[in-house]
Every structure is written in C-alpha cells, then in structure tokens.
Design a protein around this ligand. Structure first.
Ligand code: NAD
Length: 263
C-alpha cells in the first residue's frame, strides 16, 4: 500500500508539461492523499500547467522565476495566506544554456556557469528559506532532483554535473540546519528521462538507450517510480531519512562497465 499523505499539503515547483518529473511526483503525492499547490515558469507554461493542476484538484498556481527573489517571496506570501503551514516542497528545477550541454566541459563560460548555478542550485536554498517558516512548527520535507553526473563524468552533462554536485552538498547542509526542526531534506537521483530539460543534453537519446540496455534492471526510471520515491520521502515512512541522495535508475550507478552483451 502507498504510504499516506492524507492531511498533508505542499508546493510542487517545476512542472512544465505532463512529462516533467515534477508532474510524476505531483500525481503520486496526490494519489497518496496530499493537497497540492504548483509553481511554473512564465506565461508560456501556464496553459499547459493549469489543466494539469486542475486535474489534481489544485487551484493554487503561481508564476515563479527562481532567479528573481521577489518572485519567490511573492509566491510564498500568497501560499501562506491560503495555507499557514505546509508539509513539503518539491524543487524540480534546473537550467543551463543548451549550447554548453554538449562538447567539452573545458569550454564552460563564466556567464553560463553563474546562471546554471543560480537556477539549479541557489534557488533550492532560497526556496528552503521561504518554506522554513511554514514548516518549522510541525516539521516537513524538502525534495530536490539530481543526477549521477554529479559524481561521475557523463559526457555532455558538463556544467550541469558541477551544479548537481553543489546541489547534493546543498541538500546535506540544509538537512543539518533544519534537522532540529524535524524538517528533512533529500534529493532523488533518477536515471535519464525524456523531458524538456533532458532533451537539451547532447546525445540524450543515446544516453537513454544505453541506460536501458545496461542497467541491472534493463529499464529506465519511470515517472511512477520517481513519484513513489517522493511519497516515501515526504511521508512518515521516510521519517528518519535526511541529507540523502536516493537513486531511481534501475541500478545503473552500480556498474563498472557495460553488460557483456553490449561490449
Ligand atoms: P522539465 O523541463 O520538465 O523541468 C525543468 C523545470 O525547470 C521546468 O518546469 C522549467 O520551467 C523549470 N525552470 C527552469 N528555469 C527556471 C526558472 N528560472 N524559474 C523557474 N523555473 C525554472 O525537466 P525535468 O527533467 O522534469 O527536470 C526536473 C529536474 O529533474 C531538474 O532538476 C533536472 O535536472 C532533474 N533531472 C532530470 C533528469 C532527466 O533525465 N530528465 C534526470 C535526473 C534529474
């Protein structure tokens, strides 16, 4: 049986469409009984996200650009007027200029390095600081999304690998700061997924096929499996887990070399 999220409510940030990892997580949290609010980036996404949010009974939808502190502040201000407390926040947000997600990492530029770190790492800290007052009385869960390009070299992942390493360290530092308030902070690390962000990485199709053919489970992650992991972490089932990076990749990360049939 799915662990219950009944009576819990929270904010899901990063749904762009029905392939988004944030959407898989939102559906699973909803199915487990949670009430949801959503944030999306810019009017262009509003028409996609609105019907998705409505289909889960949510009418709290906020346009948030995480590079803009005022935008994040306004969203949490609005959220706190509807819900004086929340139980979870999901941060499924990352960005790098596509031109630097292929070729040599050596060619990373300063502007894109800063921009990628700002959106993909710093924003989690800013969101955590805003979510904290809404969680500190009763405890809660903060979740972010990472990828194994943080600790292994994945060709083309480049600056995003460095950002994910920083994001995983951020997860541990936040977990330590917020642990005394019974707020748990964790990262989920799925294998490659066919999403907008995933498609921006050079050779995405090959990476997807390679993982499917070589992972111990001979399968890629699914939105359902990632969602199930989020429910585990956000529910009482994960009550003693914090500062963790949980892989949802069919076991791909344990490999030292491809399967013999693929050599
Ligand atoms: P996605 O494109 O569906 O989601 C990325 C989201 O980031 C979008 O909703 C986009 O609007 C948002 N975003 C980017 N810049 C923003 C800004 N300035 N302000 C607010 N929002 C902004 O792709 P996804 O694959 O679902 O990505 C979600 C998370 O999962 C990311 O952190 C990504 O790195 C991570 N992840 C993805 C994969 C994969 O293979 N797709 C694997 C592991 C981890």
């Amino acid at each position: 049986m799915m662990h219950s999220m009944k009576g819990k409510r929270g904010l899901v940030m990063g749904v762009a469409n029905d392939r988004s990892i944030a959407w898989g997580i939102a559906k699973a949290l909803h199915d487990a009984g949670a009430e949801l609010a959503f944030s999306y980036q810019g009017e262009a996404f509003a028409k996609r996200v609105e019907p998705l949010a409505q289909s889960l009974g949510s009418d709290i939808l906020m346009d948030v650009d995480v590079t803009d502190d005022a935008s994040i502040e306004a969203a949490f201000e609005r959220l706190s007027k509807r819900w004086p407390t929340i139980d979870f926040v999901v941060h499924a947000i990352a960005f790098s200029d596509k031109t630097e997600l292929s070729g040599r990492f050596l060619n990373t530029t300063r502007p894109n390095f800063k921009h990628s770190m700002d959106i993909s790492v710093y924003s989690f800290i800013e969101v955590a600081r805003r979510a904290y007052p809404l969680m500190k009385e009763q405890g809660g869960t903060m979740l972010t999304l990472t990828y194994q390009g943080s600790n292994r070299v994945v060709p083309n992942y480049n600056v995003m690998g460095v950002a994910k390493a920083a994001l995983e360290a951020t997860t541990r530092y936040l977990a330590n700061d917020l642990g005394p308030d019974k707020i748990r902070v964790n990262a989920i690390s799925p294998g490659p997924m066919k999403t907008l962000a995933g498609a921006a990485i050079g050779g995405a199709r090959k990476t997807f096929r390679h993982t499917e053919e070589n992972a111990p489970m001979r399968a890629n992650a699914t939105l359902e499996a990632i969602g199930g992991t989020a429910v585990y972490l956000a529910s009482d089932a994960g009550a003693c887990t914090t500062g963790e990076v949980i892989r949802v990749d069919g076991g791909y990360h344990v490999l030292g070399m491809p399967q013999p049939e693929n050599l």
